[in-house]
Design a protein around this ligand. Structure first.
Ligand code: ATP
Length: 513
């Protein structure tokens, strides 16, 4: 646990030191759970967004993008259910005065049971070696079966109580499980209350005419409200999708996990409109497709898992999360939701406008069903960044800090380094930059010995260092050093563009989907 915390602290301080993520308003002591992206962070974030957009919009001829406004007519949030049901159950500890989400306290308790199961599996794996059958072990080992049942029964009781709005039972469950405040160890809890997560604001100049508005808590509603506009203007035929990326705002109760849970964040969502009755197959299709997108980045299959929801939101008939192994354990990275006709149906009711699709083949109108994929851009940033940050022991006994970002996402693709600051080498380096900068984000560095410059670029996540030396003047060749293997090779300047492009071109990464 201590190790996990240390690793997470390293991630946060590295993100600051290398210009990836800063606390918002830091000189005024910061604003809680709000963050700014620095010179490298903005590039990494943009590259992740582009990687998503390319895969979801440009590579699918039946998916198009939009960019809806953050402000929306307030009735939107009545129809979507956010005014009535976008609540988190919160509980305060009377001694530490810390506020928690009651469901998260219970889920964390179950995560500890899961960790015990994982420990038993590891032990058995060691004991049985190659003949170990994990599936059978999980089904037959008595202790593990008991743990699994315990976890399941806790989660389903919580789901039932939340569903029925029986908050007294949620508190009773916390007490029965003997859950203590993680900060103080105290078990002196208040009652559980509901807390609405939307930020309110006002539109209009004078107080009497002002209209109450909300900052959107998700981007999805902008897509639903534009369903007909896009369908008609784009002559879209079902099945088709509408995607968008943009800011969303939630007044999160617990926001102590860096950019994992922010009050202002960015989402990348796609709503796929389908014929009623086909939702099961599309649900499976998008679950698989989204997992393949994640795996295409090569961050390790073991770091992802699906988590099927026990408790379904008011709009869903099936839902699963793609969870990622963050520095603090497996947590939700993306949600895939089968939303039925809830959203369009509800907006029809509240607006009095028909939001239907006319199917020319069957000659009938219907309200389409919706399959949603929804991922937090900042959470994806944290997944990529934390997974890439590594301390490596080298053969000579020293260590290096290296940010092994997937090259396609790296903010800077290559650093061009003159071996020394004289003899015309900086001029040649700048010529190389002037050519490469049309295709890639590249940088120049002439300060310090070249070994130190390599380390700096390793820590920055730059996949290539290109060194211009005296031989360059003779034969137009340079040394190219690879971040991950640290191997160096001598190549011709005219080959640089191809070499970098092979490594960073989205085509070569997304082909794996
Ligand atoms: P959680 O259970 O973690 O609060 P959620 O189930 O409410 O998340 P959704 O409403 O499904 O999340 O939002 C879709 C995605 O948006 C999430 O998978 C996550 O990646 C991202 N997201 C949601 N809330 C935040 C937040 N406060 N900060 C950063 N990203 C967020």
């Amino acid at each position: 646990m201590a190790n996990q915390e240390d690793n997470f602290k390293k991630v946060i301080s590295h993100a600051k030191e290398y210009g990836y993520v800063f606390q918002s308003s830091e000189i005024y002591d910061g604003l809680s759970a709000v963050y700014d992206y620095g010179q490298n962070g903005v590039e990494l974030k943009k590259n992740i967004r582009d990687y998503w957009w390319k895969a979801m919009v440009q590579l699918n001829d039946n998916i198009v993008g939009i960019d809806a406004a953050i402000f929306m007519h307030p009735t939107t949030w009545k129809a979507s259910g956010h005014i009535d049901a976008f609540n988190d159950p919160l509980i305060d500890n009377k001694d530490s005065k810390k506020r928690y989400r009651a469901d998260v306290l219970i889920e964390d308790y179950v995560a500890k049971i899961d960790a015990k199961i994982e420990k038993e599996v590891k032990k058995a794996e060691k004991r049985f070696g190659d003949s170990f059958n994990k599936k059978k072990f999980l089904e037959t080992n008595q202790r593990v079966v008991e743990y699994q049942e315990q976890g399941k029964s806790i989660l389903s009781r919580m789901a039932r109580s939340l569903e029925k709005e029986d908050l007294a039972d949620v508190k009773a469950l916390i007490e029965e499980l003997d859950i203590a405040c993680p900060m103080s160890g105290s078990k002196n809890w208040t009652d559980v209350k509901q807390f609405n997560l939307m930020f309110g604001t006002k539109l209009g100049a004078s107080a009497e005419n002002a209209m109450d508005l909300y900052l959107r808590p998700e981007t999805a509603q902008g897509i639903f409200l534009n369903f007909l506009n896009v369908q008609k203007s784009g002559r879209m035929k079902i099945p088709f999708g509408i995607a968008q990326t943009g800011k969303a705002f939630r007044n999160e109760i617990v926001a102590r996990q860096f950019i994992f849970r922010m009050r202002e964040f960015e989402q990348m969502e796609m709503q796929f409109f389908i014929q009623p009755g086909t939702q099961k197959e599309w649900y499976e299709h998008w679950k698989e497709n989204r997992m393949r997108w994640h795996l295409s980045l090569g961050m390790g299959e073991d770091n992802y898992r699906f988590h099927d929801h026990e408790k379904l939101a008011h709009y869903a008939d099936a839902a699963a999360d793609i969870e990622f192994r963050f520095p603090f354990g497996f947590k939700e990275l993306e949600g895939i939701h089968s939303r039925t006709d809830f959203d369009l149906g509800s907006h029809e009711k509240f607006s009095g406008k028909k939001l239907q699709y006319f199917d020319h083949e069957t000659n009938r109108n219907y309200v389409p069903y919706v399959l949603e994929t929804s991922i937090g851009l900042d959470r994806m940033f944290l997944a990529v960044f934390s997974n890439s940050l590594q301390e490596e022991e080298l053969e000579n006994g020293t260590t290096r800090t290296v940010l092994k970002l997937p090259a396609v996402l790296s903010p800077v693709k290559a650093a061009i380094l003159p071996l020394v600051k004289k003899d015309g080498l900086p001029e040649i380096a700048k010529e190389v930059i002037d050519d490469l900068k049309w295709d890639f984000n590249v940088t120049y560095d002439e300060k310090d010995a070249v070994g130190r410059r390599y380390r700096r670029q390793d820590a920055n996540g730059t996949p290539f260092c290109i060194t211009v030396d005296h031989q360059t003047k003779e034969d137009q060749t340079v040394t190219i050093r690879h971040r991950d293997s640290m191997e160096q090779e001598r190549v011709s300047i005219s080959d640089l563009r191809r070499i970098i492009s092979d490594a960073v071109d989205m085509r070569n990464w997304l082909k794996k989907i």
